[in-house]
Design a protein around this ligand. Sequence first.
Ligand SMILES: *[C@@H]1O[C@H](CO)[C@@H](O)[C@H](O)[C@H]1NC(C)=O
Ligand SMILES: *[C@@H]1O[C@H](CO)[C@@H](O)[C@H](O)[C@H]1NC(C)=O
Ligand SMILES: *[C@@H]1O[C@H](CO)[C@@H](O)[C@H](O)[C@H]1NC(C)=O
Ligand SMILES: *[C@@H]1O[C@H](CO)[C@@H](O)[C@H](O)[C@H]1NC(C)=O
Ligand SMILES: *[C@@H]1O[C@H](CO)[C@@H](O)[C@H](O)[C@H]1NC(C)=O
Ligand SMILES: *[C@@H]1O[C@H](CO)[C@@H](O)[C@H](O)[C@H]1NC(C)=O
Ligand SMILES: *[C@@H]1O[C@H](CO)[C@@H](O)[C@H](O)[C@H]1NC(C)=O
Ligand SMILES: *[C@@H]1O[C@H](CO)[C@@H](O)[C@H](O)[C@H]1NC(C)=O
Length: 908
Amino acid sequence: MSKFTLVVTTVSLFKIVLGICFFETSTTWDEDWYNQRGIIDFSSIICHNTTVADFTYELFELNVDRQESTFLQLSISYSNFSFIRYLINPVHIHKNKKNYYDFSGLSLNYCGIEQIVKDAFKDFKNVTEIDLGYNEINNLYFVSFLPATVTKLNLTNNKIQNVNFDLFLNRLDALDLSFNRIIRLVFNNLGLFGSWLRRVQKILNLNNNNITEIEFLPIFPPAAESINDLQLNLANNNILRVNFNNTLFTIQLKLLNLSNSLHNIEIFPFNLLLPNILDVSDNVGLKLDKTYNFAFLNSINFSNCSIDNINSRIFQGNSYEYLNFSGNNLGLIKDAIFAESYIQELDLSYTKFKNVQYMFQNCKLNRLHLSGNNITILNSRSFINVNEILWLDLSFNNLTLYYNSFVNCKGLQFLNLGFSNISSLKGSTFTGLTDLRVLNLQNNLLKNLEPKIFKPLIKIQTINLSNNKLSILATQLFNSLPLKYIYLSGNQLERIESNAFCNITQLKVIQINNNTGENLKIENEAFYQLMNVNKLELRNCNLTEFNAKYFSETSIQNLDLRNNNLRHVDFTNHTEYIDLKEFDLTIKGDLKAKSFLKLIFLQKITFWDSEIHNWENRTFQGLFNLETLNFKNSKIEHICVGALHGLFTVTQLDFQNIFRGKNKIHSCTFKTLHSLKFLNLSYIGLRNLESLAFVGLENLKELNLKFNLINCFENLTFSGLDELEVLNLSFNNLSNLKADNFKGLNNLKVLNLNNNKIAEINIGAFQTFPKLETLSISHNNLTKFKIGAFSHLQSLETLNLENNSISNLLLESLLPLTSLKVLNLEFNNLKTIGHIDIVYQFINLRHMGIANNKWKCDYLADILLILKKRKIGYSALYPNFLDDNIEGIRCIDVCKFLFCLQDTHGIN
Ligand SMILES: *[C@@H]1O[C@H](CO)[C@@H](O)[C@H](O)[C@H]1NC(C)=O
Ligand SMILES: *[C@@H]1O[C@H](CO)[C@@H](O)[C@H](O)[C@H]1NC(C)=O
Ligand SMILES: *[C@@H]1O[C@H](CO)[C@@H](O)[C@H](O)[C@H]1NC(C)=O
Ligand SMILES: *[C@@H]1O[C@H](CO)[C@@H](O)[C@H](O)[C@H]1NC(C)=O
Ligand SMILES: *[C@@H]1O[C@H](CO)[C@@H](O)[C@H](O)[C@H]1NC(C)=O
Ligand SMILES: *[C@@H]1O[C@H](CO)[C@@H](O)[C@H](O)[C@H]1NC(C)=O
Ligand SMILES: *[C@@H]1O[C@H](CO)[C@@H](O)[C@H](O)[C@H]1NC(C)=O
Ligand SMILES: *[C@@H]1O[C@H](CO)[C@@H](O)[C@H](O)[C@H]1NC(C)=O
């Protein structure tokens, strides 16, 4: 959210438009960078297609109160600024004594800037970042004169050819010179780059130039400290020659990016630059056939370099955090290239390997990526030399698994065998994987699984078998494993045997969605003893039947049966109760009486995309914990009058969906909904409310009947709503209010009758509302009131009568309203009003809306004088200063037509 207080004319939440400039709070920024500098919020004033005179004018119009820790940026783009002499019009600075903005950032993009005069930015006293990307700058003369506060300078996409790093190095934290025309680089004083007092990350981007030659000149005096946090980006250049003319000092870079920049790895003195992370990806033709010393690097990315040979001495016996060789051609390598080394993560994906058993002699590896290779056979010798492997990705290969394939991977915790055309598993395939936590077999061709295939996986938590061709889930398959997640979606299941998930005490999620099998048969007790399942999903499985016999001693938080072919569900004939809390389902058929009887723990039930022909009486009887009953995108053709009976505990019900299109509410429909507090029946086309329609809603606080077609009530319609406090009847067809209409609403506080056709209020119409505080009858056809229309409303504080045709207001009719605080009479036809009497009669009156009546200006002035004296507010909701008015309240200036000579009342 914005931390600005804005004082401008057009205000929208995040964007304030003001001519050519607008104000915006922004969310897309590099959080780490700004958080390190204590900046929390980020906002911009953005101007397009402007000139110095125009945007400075607007800056002074836009009044923004800046708070600390907010980064306020001025962004100008698509304007013509080829020559910048100054950016703030001196005339404005002179005229406005108050300092203008305290900008932290300044950006000028796509402005065709060619030249910047020495002190052009001197008015930006506090600016820390300047972005001049996408211009025509070829000369860096201005840089020495930038305000001393600047630490980040972005010159991407300009025409710079020559740089002298002395200019920047001792004060900038970030310099972006990418996409320029630099051919040769000379680092004179790299050792002093940035300010060493603040330990923040430093960035030097030189990517996408045409650098062919780099020279590192010595540092004088030699820097005692090395650079730890510099990220040097030299990607997409054409580096042919590097001269490191002093071997006495080293620089330790955080990151050196030489992606697509280098043909020959020998020319770079990595041993002197010591990058923690080195990226040499995409250097096609890179050779690793000699011996290079990479022992001091932590992480190297060699991906996509078409490497086909690796000198075995380069990586042997060393240790790395991360080596990435993906997308090379290592398939023919037979040497033990990683022998005796320790590599935390090694990426050999898409490298055309057939066989990996040669390269790892006594190598310690934690994570190994082998996806997308041409590995076809996995047998007991495949991983014979890999030690300590925890994580192995073999996805996207064409695998045939033999006996004991992973017997040498003791300690493996994660194994990905997905998308690998595996058609069968041997009984001992997983032998030895006693530490495995996650096994992914998704998207293979598995049809049958041997019943004890997963038995060796004594610590397994997740098995993903989705998108295979399984047809049967057998009893013993997962027996007694410590599984938490089982994914079986997208198979061709025809049978789930009884006890298919037995003795899996920690199971949390079972997904069996989208099965294409013709007719899935679930055997009785299939979900026997699932003690703590959060979610059992059986969506879209062609199920025609579902009943309580599938469960026993089961506790499921959420059962999802959406999009099957269920015509009804039956949880009646079962000996025990089923502990199910949330139920999502689709029914195309009937809701039968008592069909959920055994789900007494159910708290929430949602019908999705259902077509219910007949909703019988007492369908939900026995659900003593049900709180929410929803119908999403569903149709209900017929509801029996007692359909909702038995829902004693429900607090949330989709009444709009249930009753949409039913034009009548029958007596006793809500008879047992004792817990309901809020009933929304708006927008459903109701015409008729039978007498006793709401009986039973003894705790209802709010009833919304807005936007219906109700034109009258029966005498006992609202009977039984003893606790009702808010009744909304706006936008109906009511025309006449009678005394008996509202019997039973003894506690009503708010009554909304706006936008009806009420022309008359009978005497005593509101007499049953001793506690009514707010009565709103705006947008009706009222012209006057009988004495007694408002009788017994001694608690009424707000009376809203705006937008009627009232031309005459008798004080006597208002007299019962002894507590009146707000009286709104705007948009009526009043010419006179007993204002003096009103003001003295209603001592609590705080506001009286009177705008848009037919006041004469003299008379209005008189009213306002009295109201002002008594400190009663009267300001108009829609002030009008265009016509004759006093303080925005329209009036008829009779004087004007009579050629009066004096303007005595200060008419505007
Ligand atoms: C810039 O404004 C001028 C007139 O103010 C207009 O003719 C031109 O089309 C605008 N250009 C852009 C890119 O908005
Ligand atoms: C510059 O910013 C700092 C910190 O935000 C503030 O204390 C100082 O008053 C500002 N200086 C000017 C000239 O606005
Ligand atoms: C410089 O600007 C470009 C384009 O807006 C952006 O992509 C890049 O990240 C910026 N450089 C730095 C160091 O913020
Ligand atoms: C890069 O520089 C070489 C000469 O050093 C030149 O032949 C080539 O055209 C330049 N490439 C670009 C894109 O400027
Ligand atoms: C190294 O720098 C010295 C002094 O700047 C210079 O004389 C010498 O030629 C340089 N050596 C190379 C190989 O460039
Ligand atoms: C994979 O290996 C088989 C023979 O083992 C070969 O026929 C096939 O072309 C190889 N595929 C790729 C993508 O290298
Ligand atoms: C895997 O085998 C299939 C057919 O058996 C073949 O179409 C595909 O190219 C093979 N993939 C690889 C990586 O060899
Ligand atoms: C579940 O485990 C118990 C005890 O470990 C065992 O007696 C019972 O046979 C198991 N159930 C099945 C169906 O294997």
